[in-house]
Ligand binder design. Sequence first.
Ligand code: GRG
Length: 304
Amino acid sequence: LNEQIRNSLEIHDYLNQQKQVVDSYLDDFLPSASEYPEIIHEAMRYSLLAGGKRLRPILALATTDALDGDFHRAIFLACALEMIHTYSLIHDDLPAMDNDDYRRGQLTCHKKFGEGIAILAGNALLTQAFQLLAEIPGDESLAPTKIRTIHHICRAIGSRKGVIAGQVVDLITQGKQFTRKELEYIHSAKTGALIEASVYTAAILAGADRDTRQRLRNFGSTIGLAFQIVDDVLDVTGSPEELGKASGKDTAGHKATYPRLYGLERSREIANELVEAAIQELSFLGDKSEKLKELAQFISIRRF
Ligand code: GRG
C-alpha cells in the first residue's frame, strides 16, 4: 500500500509540474483579454485557463520525451490539443447538448458569457489550434510532417469515427437501448480519439518510425477508452466538489455508459484491464516509457 501511495504522489507531482509548463504556454499563445474584440478573448481565456488536468498535452509532451523529440515543436502541438479539447467542453456544455452550469469548478462559458459568445469562443479555440499547428517551428523540410500531424488531428476529431462521430452517437442514443458495440464506439470516438491523437501525433512530430507510431497509437486508444469508462464511473461515485462539474448527469440523462451496461465494479475492472494492456504495449520503449506508464496508471486511480 505504501508503494501505491508513493506512486500516486509521484504521478500527481509530475502532473502538477507539467500542468504549469502547459499553462504558461497556453497563456502566451492566446490573444490577451484586452485585445479587441475583448469579449471573445475573455471567454476563450476564461474556459481555457480555468484549470483542467491538461492530460492530452501532457501525454503529447511525455511521448515527445520518450522519443527524444523536440520540446519546442511539441509544445505547439500540446497547446493545440488542449484548445481543441476545451472547445469540445464548451460546446458539450451548451443547452443544446448536455446543458451544464458548471465546468472546471466555475460557471460554464455560456452561463458566464451567453450562448452566442460561448459558441464563438469554442469555434475560435478550434481555429486558433490549427493556426498553432501550422506555426510549429521548423524549416521547409518539416512541412510534410506538419501536414501529417494536422491530417491526423482532423481525422481524430471528425465525423467518421472521430470526436464528432462519438458525440453524435452519444446524442442519438440518449434515452434509448444501446449495444455493447455502440457503447464502445461512442467512448472510443468521443473521448478515445483525441487522447489517441495526443500520443500518435506527438510520435509523428518526433519522427518516429511506423512500428513505434503504431504501438503508441494502440497505447493511446486503449487508455483513451479507459479514460471515458472511468469518467462514467466518476459520474456515479464522484462529488461535484471533486469533479468541478455536476455528477449524476449520465443517469439523469439516460446516457449510454459502462456502469449502466456492466455495473460499477465490472466497469472499474474493465478500465484497469485496459490500462494494464496499454502499459504492456510500451515494453518496447524500456526505461523511456516511465512517464507514459505513470500517466496510464493515473487514469485508473484518478478521482477527478
Ligand atoms: C470536434 C473536438 C470536437 C468537438 C465537437 C462537442 C463535441 C463535438 C464533442 C464533445 C466531446 C466530449 C466533451 C467528450 C467528453 C470527453 C471528456 C472525458 C471530458 C472530460 O475531460 P477531462 O477529465 O477534463 O480531461 P479536464 O477539465 O480535466 O480537461
